[in-house]
Unconditional design. Structure first.
Length: 284
């Protein structure tokens, strides 16, 4: 599998990452099979969070045989120094590892998130301490707000940002290009969420996939276009939806990865008009 630089760190990550939610609520043997298969296919980037059900409990043992050969990312929704430090240590224990390669502020969305996490007694202070102690190597954040992402990129020299990079968001809401550009300007790696998302679910519509709150793409032709769109941007890697069949589809598509042509971009632009973006820029 193709690997790309993780910012300016010297690390190289597989263009498809393994989201820990894939193994949430599955049997131990199935988690081991999924992780082993991913490693065989060339995946070296794994991402998890305590908020993903029992994903840490499943991923830790499954990943343990390969730990020295992979780049392991974790996240916290805690916003205080003490809360983040405590959750970090618990995640390290559950994941059976002495350190995380990347630790991230998770789901930074509001001004309150920003103020709390960046306060003198906020979570970011705990991250810096953990880096000094060798518990984490790199510091990042995930966000679903372009405005908060831009503020964070200007505030601190993060190693990476995990952010939606999605064709419908780009074409219908101009949501995402500004964050990718700012990350590039800062030398910060950009990791992509929601590359294979199509649209918001209509109100009251049942989920087709239990682990996806949005409508993911499972038609092979459109899914491949959507993934190639994201990976045609200046990003390091994409995390597919947290369902095993969609993850395995992404692995197959990565084997024949090519940049989008101009005609394919225009085709996606037209098809985007049929869908509702997952995220929008804040009203000004």
């Amino acid at each position: 599998m193709q690997r790309r630089p993780y910012g300016t760190t010297g690390e190289h990550l597989s263009v498809i990452g393994f989201g820990g939610i894939v193994v949430s609520q599955v049997e131990v043997a199935e988690a081991a099979r999924l992780v082993g298969r991913a490693v065989e296919r060339g995946v070296n980037y794994f991402d998890v969070a305590p908020s993903y059900g029992n994903a840490e409990e499943r991923l830790g043992p499954a990943l343990e045989p390969y730990r020295s050969d992979v780049f392991l990312a974790c996240k916290t929704t805690q916003r205080t120094r003490d809360g983040a430090a405590a959750e970090l240590r618990q995640s390290l224990k559950t994941m059976r590892t002495g350190h995380f390669d990347l630790y991230q502020l998770h789901a930074m969305t509001t001004d309150e998130d920003f103020a709390a996490a960046t306060a003198p007694d906020g979570a970011l202070a705990a991250f810096v301490e953990a880096r000094d102690q060798g518990l984490v190597r790199y510091i990042g954040f995930s966000a679903h707000s372009a405005e908060i992402a831009l503020q964070l990129l200007d505030y601190f020299p993060f190693d990476s940002v995990l952010f939606p990079v999605n064709w419908v968001n780009y074409f219908q809401a101009d949501f995402g290009p500004q964050v990718v550009a700012k990350a590039q300007e800062r030398g910060t790696a950009c990791l992509a969420l929601k590359a294979m998302a199509r649209s918001l679910l209509p109100q009251g519509a049942p989920k087709r996939y239990a682990k996806c709150w949005y409508d993911p793409i499972d038609e092979p032709e459109l899914a491949e276009l959507a993934l190639r769109f994201a990976l045609s941007q200046p990003i390091t890697a994409a995390l597919p939806p947290g369902e095993a069949p969609l993850f395995e589809m992404a692995l197959d598509m990565a084997d024949r990865l090519t940049p989008l042509t101009d005609a394919e971009v225009e085709g996606l632009r037209v098809r985007a008009e049929e869908n509702t973006p997952l995220f929008e820029l804040a009203a000004t």
